[in-house]
Write a protein that binds this ligand. Structure first.
Ligand code: G1P
Length: 297
């Protein structure tokens, strides 16, 4: 096969209702919840640009205001920080300005991840593209994207990132059935199966390379799990018949995944990221140690 067209567009769906975080997410999208002092979405947008995708499209929902504002320049705020000599915070804001311009498109109603991705059809056009779910922070992401892009360059089609999960967790994810070829080939997918019906323990994490044929498949994909149009169901259609949009391959990701869409995982993520911070880490960790000792007394 050989060289494929380069992937320029990355689609970041951030249009969910965020019901697990209500009432915090009543007026702001859940992707704006801070992980220490940076909203979760910023980590994901930065990841997309570092992976080399020059065109980033955010799919927003009913409360998109804060998401869009976050990536706009804020001259007044910058002036104030400048006047105060607050170099550190000014630098953090200017880091944001360095990101290339983001595009946004609005999903009319939250009808599922598949429907959100379909909203990107016009912007992306007839070209393969990447999808990064706004809830999932991945570390280190560079190697994962390199592996996924290598497979894409060689074989075309679509590539998914998978991670092994425990039996009790398979019902939270899209689960893959694989053939034991190299690279791994996805032969089927099931969205959030019961443990007994799961084809494996390999779960889709929120990083995908998709062939543009996914859009026409999505248009014909009826509502699945939870009454929503599922991206997993549409990719399963591609996986079962490679004549539609090429093969679907998988990479078993050797990464850590931080799920900021779930309250408990979110709390763990914030604590871990805080302990690592140069400016806060030492003091926070000291406090945390004392605090947890107190808990065990
Ligand atoms: C979505 C996908 C699921 C995937 C998961 C990864 O589910 O539908 O296939 O495994 O993201 O985070 P959600 O977490 O949005 O319910």
């Amino acid at each position: 096969m050989g060289k494929q067209p380069p992937i320029k567009s990355a689609v970041i769906p951030a249009a969910g209702l965020g019901t697990r975080f209500l009432p915090a997410t009543k007026a702001i999208p859940k992707e704006m919840l801070p992980v220490v002092d940076k909203p979760a979405i910023q980590y994901v947008v930065e990841e997309a640009y570092s992976a080399g995708f020059s065109d980033v499209l955010l799919i927003t929902g009913h409360n998109k205001g804060a998401l869009v504002d976050h990536f706009l320049q804020a001259p007044e705020l910058e002036q104030t920080l400048h006047a105060r000599g607050d170099v550190g915070r000014l630098r953090a804001l200017r880091e944001l300005n360095k990101l290339p311009e983001l595009h946004t498109v609005r999903q009319e109603s939250a009808r599922g991840l598949g429907d959100a991705v379909l909203t990107a059809a016009e912007h992306v056009g007839d070209a393969p593209f990447a999808v990064l779910l706004g809830d999932d922070l991945i570390e280190p992401s560079e190697i994962l994207w390199q592996q996924m892009l290598e497979i894409y360059n060689e074989f075309g089609g679509s590539v998914l990132a998978l991670m092994e999960v425990s039996d009790s967790d398979v019902s939270k994810y899209g689960i893959a059935q694989l053939s034991s070829t190299t690279p791994l080939r996805v032969t089927d997918l099931v969205e959030k199966p019961e443990k007994e019906k799961a084809p494996s323990n390999l779960a889709i994490i929120g990083r995908y390379i998709l062939s543009p044929e996914i859009f026409s498949v999505l248009r014909h994909t009826s509502a699945g799990k939870g009454g929503e149009v599922q991206l997993t169901d549409a990719i399963a259609t591609l996986a079962r018949d490679e004549r539609i949009g090429g093969p679907v391959h998988a990479v078993i990701a050797d990464v850590r995944r931080f799920d900021t869409g779930d309250r408990l995982s979110y709390l763990k993520t914030v604590v871990e990221f805080a302990t690592r911070r140069e400016d806060l880490g030492r003091e926070f960790t000291e406090w945390l140690k004392g605090f947890t000792r107190g808990l065990h007394d």
